[in-house]
Design a binder for this molecule. Structure first.
Ligand code: ZN
Length: 444
């Protein structure tokens, strides 16, 4: 059997297992992976972190050299909102036109499959690492990792501690011969802003104290939040890009960023979105609620803010700035962390840009895409499980996979959580090959 057939078989089963979170029920896919590894005589350890939820760990231990982890690779996927907008049933895992389609294929079941098959083949071939090769398959990445990566760190620290790890978000073409890889990510700080009014009958609203009206002013004020722009992450991103010195200089100056964004908004909206997100704290008012009945003036209303912060911007900093900005309103507002069970704001973080792992990834990439291929470090606005490992162990954690040319960089970046999510079969071959070379390069 060819590696591709094994990867496709595994991937299809993971899609069909439909581990949509919440509730996840990922034990189904953990069992699928466990059974696959058992076929190679590998005794993986399975840990139940909650009913029907769990994680899988396996290792090939060599000498006392460094440890490299394949994963954390998550088997949970996000829900499908509109099945009718899909060209194939989203949980079928069907193959059409050289792609395997389905929810989670891209984020990140194809990586799970490639990593599991890579691990199994190295084991079969008697690979003796100069160090330790680890494999970690987890649940619950899409809803904060409490039962997945974070749970494994809390309960089996010594197993999952790693010097290096490779996971999702990497290998997207961003320019000619340039491929982005994730080395760091923003943190979050979800807040609820509440306004208070006075309940009364809605039939005589003159001079009423209406919490919803007050809230609408809060939301409008947040839309003109004065940003403090930082270009450190933009500079790192653009340094390796094939653009003129002048453009690099321009992008490196915080004062020009608003103009650059306005220009790019029309010319290249995807790039504008990215540069905006990595140069400042972002605020998106995403959920509002107020009032209970159409004929009652509401006494309470709130808006929930999805705030993403750069490293160094603490929770106190974020809350102080929001409070300060809303101070000029003529009434009190209450600003608090989102009061939902188990919510904890997460710090952003980043791994070193001088790691042997980056050199290894670059040499793998050149083998596949040619000698001109270069990696471009991407600081990501979204979050992955990597953040836990950077925080806990200082792991050099990077996103890496290798895509064929069936889709553009912009199409790939838009793929997670979208309808018609899919991965080309060629990408499976290349990513498998890349992981195998990466392991032998670092631990061979
Ligand atoms: Zn993911």
């Amino acid at each position: 059997m060819q590696p591709r057939d094994e990867i496709v078989g595994l991937l299809q089963e993971l899609v069909q297992n439909k581990c949509v979170t919440p509730p996840g029920n990922e034990m189904k896919s953990i069992t699928t992976v466990d059974r696959f590894l058992q076929g190679y005589g590998i005794q993986a350890e399975v840990f139940e972190s909650a009913p029907e939820r769990g994680n899988l760990y396996a290792e090939i231990k060599g000498n006392d050299g460094p440890s490299l982890m394949l994963g954390p690779a998550h088997v949970d996927v996000v829900p499908v909102e509109d099945e009718d907008s899909w060209q194939v049933p989203p949980f079928s895992g069907e193959i059409h036109d050289g792609f395997i389609w389905g929810r989670g294929t891209f984020d990140m079941l194809f990586i799970v499959s490639c990593q599991v098959v890579t691990f199994a083949h190295l084991y079969r071939d008697g690979f003796e690492p100069n160090g330790t090769l680890k494999l970690l398959i987890v649940s619950d990445e899409e809803t904060h990792g409490r039962f997945g990566a974070q749970w494994m760190i809390q309960h089996h620290r010594e197993k999952v501690e790693a010097d290096y790890l490779v996971t999702e978000i990497g290998g997207f073409p961003v320019a000619n011969n340039r491929y982005a890889f994730q080395y760091g990510e923003k943190g979050d700080c979800w807040l609820r802003v509440t306004t208070k009014g006075k309940e009364q009958h809605g039939s005589m609203p003159f001079a009423s104290d209406n919490a919803v009206v007050k809230l609408s002013k809060v939301i409008q004020r947040l839309a003109i939040f004065p940003q403090r722009i930082r270009t450190d992450y933009v500079k790192i991103l653009t340094e390796k890009m094939p653009i003129s010195r002048f453009t690099k200089w321009l992008l490196g100056k915080a004062i020009f960023m608003p103009y650059v964004l306005r220009y790019l908004e029309r010319k290249d909206p995807a790039q504008a979105k990215l540069l905006h997100a990595i140069s400042q704290m972002t605020i998106s008012p995403n959920v509002t609620q107020g009032g209970t009945k159409t004929n009652v003036v509401p006494s309470r209303a709130y808006v929930d803010l999805d705030i993403r912060r750069l490293p160094g911007q603490t929770v106190d900093y974020v809350m102080d700035r929001i409070r300060h900005h809303l101070k000029s309103l003529s009434y009190d507002v209450n600003v608090e962390l989102l009061p939902i069970p188990h919510y904890e704001p997460i710090e952003g973080n980043e791994s070193s840009l001088n790691s042997p792992m980056i050199s290894a990834m670059e040499s793998v990439l050149k083998d596949i895409h040619g000698v001109k291929a270069e990696l471009v470090p991407l600081f990501s606005p979204g979050q992955t499980d990597s953040r836990f490992f950077r925080n806990e162990f200082g792991t050099d954690a990077y996103g890496f996979s290798v895509f064929d040319d069936r889709m553009s960089g912009n199409e790939l970046i838009a793929m997670p959580h979208s309808s018609n999510e899919r991965v080309s079969l060629g990408t499976l071959d290349l990513t498998y090959k890349a992981y195998k070379s990466l392991v032998t390069n670092l631990l061979g």
